[in-house]
Design a protein around this ligand. Structure first.
Ligand SMILES: N[C@@H](CCC(=O)N[C@@H](CS)C(=O)NCC(=O)O)C(=O)O
Length: 324
């Protein structure tokens, strides 16, 4: 088990000090805490059709091109089909307490989606946190399943992974997989905030996403969007220093290239199917993929093909919509 490591990615308390909690910035900090990340690593241990991001809008190609690409997608989705666990091993009554844009929560969702485990989502209000009042643990994700509560994204995934694999067929502890899962928690997540809040327009784009998907009242939403964008723009500059990031885009591209190198020609780190490291990298990148930074990353690195394979492999979300 790796050493528990605490770090503050965008937590206003440590980065900006007490003044940060004045007035609207309190709200912004709370919104921003969706990307705050105190990581405790522990690697040992009717369904909706919703997506968090709209897929990039299809270009107006010809009907023929459309038909060809449709059959290509159909063929590839068979190749990278999901892996539904045996029905008797499916965890029941799964509820994920989350922030929509939180990278750790998105790691868990990538796992649930890939294994076709239906789950409800409770969007936590980052300011009041009233939805998790019952819990002593005050971060997200928190997952309840089969009447038990689990905390910490890696731990949640480990426990679920054990649950869904029949005795004797549990995947072996894989050093390479563990190494890259650790890389996600200890390296990749640090690079995200400096990128998505890189300049005022990107900070606004990110907060537009965060506040439109998060659990905010109308006034909170407006305040959090603008105050949050301003605050996080400055916070992201501090984070760059803290994590020795000179050029945030260069670091993002480097991380993407490092990951592609790790694949070493394989379709997935797990070979012909994604493993938990593939799901972790995909999970934390999913909230940024269609933001400016994610688009740049795909344009300037070789990660795009793997990412598209992952989108196909993970497929539709198994999230249960509130109305269903
Ligand atoms: N090690 C934890 C980190 C969880 C975490 O730091 N979550 C952030 C949201 S991304 C959080 O809840 N921060 C505290 C807050 O919002 O007050 C995990 O992997 O689940």
């Amino acid at each position: 088990m790796r050493r528990a490591q605490q770090y503050v990615l965008v937590n206003g308390r440590s980065v900006l000090g007490n003044n940060f909690y004045n007035n609207n910035l309190h709200l912004a900090a709370a919104a921003a805490s969706m990307y705050s990340s105190s990581t405790t690593n522990n690697n040992n241990g009717g369904w909706s059709r919703s997506r968090w991001f709209p897929p990039s809008s299809p270009s107006s190609g010809s009907v023929l091109a459309g038909a060809v690409s449709f059959s290509a997608v159909a063929a590839s989705s068979e190749i990278y089909a999901k892996e539904p666990p045996p029905i008797n091993l499916l965890p029941k009554d799964v509820v994920l307490y989350q922030y929509e844009a939180c990278p750790f929560c998105n790691k868990v969702k990538a796992f649930l989606d890939y294994y076709h485990i239906p789950y409800k989502v409770v969007e936590v209000n980052p300011i009041s946190k009233k939805e998790i009042k019952w819990s002593d643990y005050k971060k997200v994700p928190i997952l309840s399943a089969d009447g038990q509560n689990f905390v910490d994204s890696s731990d949640i995934i480990n426990k679920l992974n054990h649950k869904i694999h029949p005795v004797g067929s549990a995947p072996k502890d894989d050093a390479e997989e563990n190494k890259w899962r650790g890389w996600v928690d200890n390296h990749l997540v640090h690079i995200l905030s400096p990128n998505i809040y890189r300049n005022p327009s990107e900070a606004l784009e990110s907060f537009d996403y965060i506040t439109s998907h998060g659990n905010f009242s109308f006034t909170e939403r407006i305040t959090a969007k603008y105050a949050g964008a301003v605050a996080m723009y400055f916070v992201s500059k501090k984070l760059k220093k803290k994590y020795n990031i000179n050029d945030e885009r260069a670091s993002l591209y480097e991380a993407a290239e490092t990951w592609v190198d790790a694949l070493n020609g394989r379709e997935f780190l797990g070979g012909s199917k994604p493993n938990l490291a593939d799901l972790a990298v995909f999970g934390v990148l999913r909230p940024i993929r269609y933001l400016r930074s994610g688009k740049d990353m795909v344009e300037h690195t070789r990660i795009g093909e793997w990412y598209t394979r992952m989108e196909t492999a993970v497929g539709e979300s198994s999230r249960i919509k509130a109305s269903e």
